[in-house]
Design a protein around this ligand. Structure first.
Ligand SMILES: O=c1[nH]cnc2c1ncn2[C@@H]1O[C@H](CO)[C@@H](O)[C@H]1O
Ligand SMILES: [Zn+2]
Length: 354
């Protein structure tokens, strides 16, 4: 049985890996760009959406990331950040996402003169507004924010401190992102050690464009709670399914993998959805979660990612519920709040569907 996109959209879903600057509506980019005179590769919403997907479909993470220059350019004022964040919450909720952790890099939004705290407050105001609108429309969503530091830059300690400052105001974790090859996680060890001393949560983009050494550093040197992608952990799994020491550690410790199928195909981390290692990793019972990464660059949604997997592997409600509960168990909000979403929202909804 394969599930249709409409069926999946009605089921509750949890999303741990979604970039705010990778999920703008094309029409919003056009309107914000017009206000500031930023030139775009297309000026019609449909064409612009297609341009992002085609340009990101590059086989390389570096070329994929180049497309963000257009989204980041239009997110340099408090008003534009608020609008983008509000629309993000509304769009995720309309797709049936009940819990989302959305990330962005505050250091990339200072060109218009905002300070780091002003950036965070504008985004938080947007998430609050969008969540309130979604609740009014009958699609409640909870959005937690992750603050990302760019791994090629040198502001991770500052961003880690910013995350701690806003930990009781909706910021639930920290991350590093950007080009992976040449920028190992240990470059930011001081930031990760600081966050551990603060009893805080963080994920690290690792094992996407670079392999096992990046994953090993993220976990064993930096202490990551989760892996952003982590898909190349399969390099430590033999053809007979035997696990190397690192893969065994990741599975034994139930370290969540934030897998992003469409994004991985675009950057060359996987050759196709049908051959995506998510099948093997699920069969081996790793703590697998399904994510969007960048809805704009992949022309996707949480429901679409699930529908692609359902089509490729014949997965039904049972698997969809498993991924959703895996994600919810792995969220960075407090345990009792995770449990409440699982028991009060997710399980009753799937009990009706299965
Ligand atoms: O899959 C990814 N791998 C690494 N970096 C990424 C990915 N997607 C987005 N970003 C980077 O994260 C920044 C903050 O959101 C984005 O501007 C982009 O440069
Ligand atoms: Zn990402």
């Amino acid at each position: 049985m394969t599930l249709s996109l409409d069926d999946i959209a009605r089921a509750p879903k949890a999303l741990l890996h979604d970039h705010l600057d990778g999920g703008l509506r094309p029409q919003t980019i056009i309107e914000l760009a017009a206000e500031i005179g930023h030139a775009l590769p297309a000026t019609d919403a449909q064409a612009l959406g297609e341009w992002f997907v085609a340009a990101a479909d590059s086989g390389s993470l570096e070329r994929y990331l180049a497309t963000f220059s257009h989204t980041v350019a239009v997110m340099q004022t408090a008003e534009s950040l608020r609008r983008v964040a509000a629309e993000c919450a509304v769009d995720l909720a309309a797709d049936g996402v009940v819990y989302a952790e959305v990330r962005y890099a505050p250091e990339q939004h200072l060109v218009g003169g905002l300070t780091l705290p002003q950036v965070v407050e504008a985004v938080q105001a947007g998430f609050a507004q969008g969540s309130a609108e979604a609740a009014t429309a009958g699609r409640p969503i909870r959005v937690g924010t992750l603050l990302t530091a760019m791994r090629h830059a040198a502001r991770s300690m500052e961003i880690a401190e910013l995350a701690i400052t806003y930990r009781d105001h909706g910021v639930v974790g920290f991350d590093i992102a950007g080009a992976e090859a040449g920028y190992p996680p240990t470059r930011h060890l001081d930031a990760f050690e600081y966050l551990q001393r603060e009893n805080y949560h963080f994920t690290i983009h690792a094992g996407e464009a670079f392999g096992l050494p990046s994953i090993w550093q993220a976990i064993q040197w930096c202490g990551a709670d989760r892996l952003g992608h982590g898909v190349r952990i399969v390099d430590d799994i033999g053809p007979d399914g035997s696990l190397g020491r690192l893969a065994a550690y990741v599975r034994d410790k139930r370290i969540p993998l934030e897998l992003c199928p469409s994004s991985n195909v675009q950057t060359g981390a996987a050759t196709s959805i049908a051959r995506h290692p998510i099948k093997l990793l699920r069969d081996l019972r790793f703590r697998v979660t399904v994510n969007t990464d960048n809805r704009l660059m992949s022309g996707t949604s949480m429901s679409r990612e699930m529908a692609l997997l359902s089509e490729a592997f014949g997965w039904g409600w049972g698997e969809l519920q498993w991924f959703t509960i895996n994600a919810m168990k792995s969220a960075f909000i407090p345990f009792d709040e995770r449990l409440a979403i699982i028991n009060d929202i997710i399980k009753p909804a799937y009990a009706k569907l299965v």
